[in-house]
Write a protein that binds this ligand. Structure first.
Ligand code: FAD
Length: 416
């Protein structure tokens, strides 16, 4: 039943305790604000999205969790692309990017990473609640009333001056506002599982992520620190619609479509005999801020995970979002301009990554990935993009513009 006696108040209420929510909660609590973060699950909880970008390392540093993440992670020094049609594979080290300091990242189990971030927010002073599902938020002139349902079915209510939606693909706020725009061009789904005894490369190549292109989409191959390898197939929608057998057999048949991947898995066995499926369609919202709220990470936008950008964009948006919250609460007269800047900022990352994601299936672009050249430093710039180096002012944009121009010129000369 509803117990109004439990009513509580805070400066900032955070919906969701994944990377975006936990990062924002930690930063705002560190500023001495009263922060409540509600997570409907209990950490450690499973989540897909295990490959991180070098640009994320600095964010872990600034949060104060870098060493803990390093301990659970498999060092990832680059990415390998394998193309059947080219009969070729290519390894691209992050050291080939523009900023030579962005050398590596890690592959992690998200249950481990997300728990580190969540507990860290509590250590910084946030009230971090698990088994607490936010069910309703009502805004008024002073702030918002937030209602949640706890595991035992009881209700709890808070007053908050500001609300952060970091509910991930649940898109709590965007659903309520009907502000979510699905991207019809990217409507794929993913099948995935974890393997024991899968092939591992030697030395610093061991932790490379490998992307295998195949005719119905692409595979990820992510070696984890415990010796297992996460393997997933991101497939175009028509292919999944063709499924006429159990998920596990369908996954095995799909893997068989890539001889190179099959070779790596020839002695491997599925952990727990388990194969998972998830919808993977892209979306973004019409807007990500209101007078008393903002949306971070996947709660605002999701793009195809081929470049492993999700956790980085989620955490970076939390750093920027925490600034916006501070401005709104402390200097309200500056809030409208700060909001406009944040709206622009939130579109930049997905836009830059998406341009390449939409075209990476195109033969011209695929050719560049498989035989990367560096005129006008375009390869370095692309490697920087793949490292997530998009917010640091590294001068990659001129080269990326040239790469786009070359792409359009070649495509026009070879219409298909
Ligand atoms: P989430 O991590 O989803 O966290 C949201 C949290 O909110 C969850 O814990 C959820 O339980 C909680 N929640 C939701 N609703 C409520 C509610 N009403 N009340 C309370 N709590 C609630 N990213 C990468 O960086 N690298 C990858 O290799 C990668 N691969 C991916 C592969 C696939 C198939 C998919 C689908 C995604 C992948 N991603 C990857 C993307 C990545 O998973 C997300 O971008 C990232 O998790 C976003 O973080 P977040 O904090 O915004 O959301």
């Amino acid at each position: 039943g509803m117990s109004t006696a439990d009513s509580d108040s805070c400066d900032v209420f955070v919906i969701g305790g994944g990377p975006a929510g936990a990062t924002a909660a930690a930063l705002l609590a560190r500023q001495g604000r009263r922060v409540v973060m509600a997570e409907k699950a209990h950490h450690p909880r499973f989540h897909i999205g295990e490959s991180l970008l070098p640009a994320n390392v600095e964010l872990f540093d600034r949060l104060g969790v870098r060493e803990r993440v390093e301990r659970i992670g498999m060092a990832k020094w680059g990415a390998e692309f394998v193309s059947q049609e080219h009969g070729r594979s290519v390894r691209l080290g992050f050291g080939e990017g523009w900023d030579k300091k962005l050398t590596h990242a890690w592959q992690v189990r998200r249950s481990d990473l997300d728990e580190i971030l969540f507990r860290h927010a509590a250590k910084e002073g946030a009230t971090a609640l698990e088994g607490c599902r936010v069910r309703d938020v009502v805004f008024d002139a002073e702030g918002a009333t937030v209602q949640a349902t706890l595991d035992d079915g009881s209700s709890r209510q808070w007053r908050a001056r500001f609300v952060i939606d970091a509910s991930g693909r649940d898109t709590f706020m965007a659903n309520r506002l009907k502000s979510k725009l699905k991207n019809p061009r990217h409507n794929s789904s993913a099948l995935f599982g974890h393997f024991r005894n899968a092939w591992r490369a030697e030395g610093m190549y061991e932790g490379y992520i490998t992307i295998f292109w195949f005719k119905h989409g692409w595979f990820w191959y992510i070696p984890l620190a415990d010796g297992t390898v996460s393997v997933g197939a991101v497939c175009w929608p028509y292919y999944l619609k063709s499924r006429d057998k159990p998920l596990k057999e369908f996954f095995a048949d799909t893997i068989a479509l890539s001889p190179e991947l099959s070779e790596r898995l020839k002695d491997a066995e599925l952990v727990d005999d388990a194969v998972y499926a998830t919808g993977n369609y892209s979306y973004s919202g019409t807007h990500c801020t209101g007078e008393r709220y903002l949306m971070l990470g996947d709660a605002f936008a999701f793009i195809d995970p081929v470049f492993s950008s999700g956790v980085y964009l989620a955490m970076h948006s939390a750093f920027e979002g925490a600034e916006l919250v501070a401005t709104t609460l402390d200097q309200p007269s500056r809030a409208p301009a700060a909001r406009r800047a944040f709206e622009r900022y939130m579109r930049k990352g997905p836009k830059e990554f998406s341009w390449f994601i939409f075209r990476v299936t195109n033969p011209t672009m695929r050719e560049f990935f498989m035989y990367p050249q560096n005129p006008f430093r375009v390869k370095e710039a692309l490697m920087s993009l793949l490292a997530g180096d998009i917010h640091n002012g590294t001068p990659i944009w001129r080269s990326l513009r040239i790469l786009k121009t070359i792409y359009y010129a070649v495509s026009a000369a070879n219409p298909r």
